[in-house]
Design a protein around this ligand. Structure first.
Ligand code: ATP
Length: 490
């Protein structure tokens, strides 16, 4: 509803809903309207419900004959379409007019609307990669440590930049907008480019660390004020001249990428890549990446199973970071849900925090560890000040933690912290990934330390319990392998 009398019209709709509601339904409606519906009904549930509702409506609801379980299939279709076109204003009208079975045709990828980025799975070593991608052609690319960007160039010459989180970031990077328009070849009239924006010293011709990039202003940046330059490292192309490319193999997407831009060192470069399945060569390439101030490698299939999978952590992209090899693998992104008051030197700030991962299926935050190290005094003060504004009187109903954990304060789920740890263990008090590796116990982190705050992730994008379980299993597997190696040595 909009325009004149829209308030009254909205009120009447709400009244009608409440009158029609029975049993516990009014409670859900009210919480939904107050946007306090954090009781396990988040986006994934909503998408599934939309698909199911479309099956229950009479029109267009007859599924094609090959479909066995229409409700599940419809939910899957809506989720899949939403991952390439996350706009309810387009999906709902299309569902109403042509039904769910036609949705992939009526709603597809559109330039100007960001799609969720394809993500990579962690691996621990070169031999694991060679084993996983046996008999397949794959490429290894430098893994740059900057900010993910999806750059949309529309037919009319306008440019938009979206973050990993699909937030509009164009105002932060006017320099990138200018470079893209300057270095695209005339043949490319519209495109979507997937890339990493990395801080760069053009005099010394050197990549700078992420920490330098994070000092750039976030909004309404004026070209003449820019002190930290960035270089665009391009690695994928999702759309070119009215043609979606996400269903094409990486080999083809990359050809389009290479033929659509001019490289200019320090401004726009293609991600450095090699194609090899020689263990030693990849190992050397990894060392070269680290020497060039990169975090490691991303390894991608080229032909087979090599389409672009929006919003998915795919088996077909593997990340290999140099420091995985010594610790548990990847770092984790966790949400502070509670804290303990500091004592002694830390009086006045929080002394330790309770962190949680996110369970996507149950839509709950599960405690994983207490953290009190990795903070400089300044960072501790900043985090304490920021989280003090998020204190809530009691834990949310969707927080899971052991009875013995009693933080002094609880927080709204708000921040995401990147954390490294020595290893993962089964825990009687924490609840991360409970039921996935042990029926009654969760997983916890040993010796966690804060690496940085992740402004580009929302709490629901924190590491999932599934990922935590996978890491635990990988570690177990690795220990066993080491054990086997030792046995062999003996
Ligand atoms: P994820 O994005 O997988 O959830 P994350 O945000 O913690 O994890 P990393 O573990 O550092 O990030 O690794 C993935 C990120 O690496 C990508 O999202 C992208 O921003 C960046 N990246 C750098 N170089 C490349 C490349 N050549 N190909 C793909 N991604 C790259």
């Amino acid at each position: 509803e909009s325009g004149k009398d829209s308030q009254d019209k909205k009120k009447n709709h709400i009244k009608a809903l409440l009158v029609a509601a029975t049993d516990c339904e009014p409670q859900y409606l009210i919480r939904l309207l107050q946007t306090k519906l954090r009781i396990g009904l988040a986006e994934q549930t909503l998408l599934a419900a939309l698909g199911q509702a479309a099956v229950y409506t009479e029109e267009h609801s007859t599924p094609p004959p090959h479909i066995q379980s229409p409700l599940d299939e419809a939910a899957k279709i809506v989720k899949q379409v939403y991952s390439v076109l996350p706009v309810y204003d387009k999906i709902v009208p299309a569902l109403l007019s042509d039904g769910v079975w036609n949705l992939p045709k009526t709603c597809s990828f559109t330039p100007g609307v960001p799609v969720g980025p394809m993500l990579a799975k962690p691996t621990k070593g070169v031999s694991e990669i060679v084993a996983k991608f046996q008999d397949m052609e794959f490429t290894c690319e430098y893994k740059y440590d900057g900010e993910r960007a999806q750059i949309h160039y529309l037919e009319n010459g306008s440019v938009e930049i979206y973050s990993r989180n699909s937030e509009r970031n164009t105002g932060k990077f006017p320099d990138v907008v200018a470079v893209i328009s300057r270095l695209k070849r005339p043949s490319a009239s519209s495109f979507i480019l997937d890339c990493e924006l990395v801080a760069y010293d053009r005099e010394k011709k050197k990549i700078l660390p992420f920490q330098i990039l994070s000092t750039r202003a976030r909004k309404n940046v004026v070209m003449s004020d820019i002190k930290v330059n960035v270089c665009i490292y391009a690695f994928d192309m999702l759309y070119l001249n009215d043609q979606p490319l996400i269903q094409k193999e990486l080999k083809v997407r990359r050809e389009h990428l290479y033929s659509s831009f001019e490289e200019e060192p320090g401004f726009f470069q293609f991600a450095t890549a090699i194609t090899s399945n020689d263990l030693e060569e990849i190992q050397k390439f990894l060392d070269a990446a680290v020497d060039a101030s990169c975090e490691g490698l991303i390894i991608k299939t080229m032909n087979k199973d090599a389409t672009y999978e929006p919003s998915r952590r795919s088996h077909n992209w593997l990340k290999l970071k140099k420091d995985y090899m010594e610790s548990i693998g990847d770092s984790l992104d966790l949400v502070p849900i509670g804290a303990f008051h500091g004592r002694g030197k830390r009086t006045g700030v929080y002394g330790a925090f309770l962190l949680a991962c996110y369970n996507i299926n149950n839509e709950e935050f599960q405690s994983i560890c207490k953290i009190g190290t990795g903070f400089s005094e300044q960072v501790l003060e900043e985090r304490s000040a920021s989280l003090r504004t998020q204190v809530i009187p009691k834990p949310k109903s969707y927080y899971r933690f052991g009875d013995t954990i009693k933080p002094d304060v609880w927080f709204e789920p708000k921040e995401v912290w990147e954390v490294k740890a020595a290893d993962l263990t089964i825990s009687p008090v924490h609840r991360a990934a409970i039921g996935e590796v042990d029926p009654d116990k969760g997983i916890s982190l040993r010796f966690p330390r804060l690496v940085r705050v992740r402004d580009d992730k929302s709490p629901e994008q924190a590491s999932s319990s599934e990922q935590v379980a996978e890491m635990y299993n990988a570690q177990k597997h690795n220990h066993q392998n080491n054990q086997d190696d030792n046995d062999y040595d003996d």
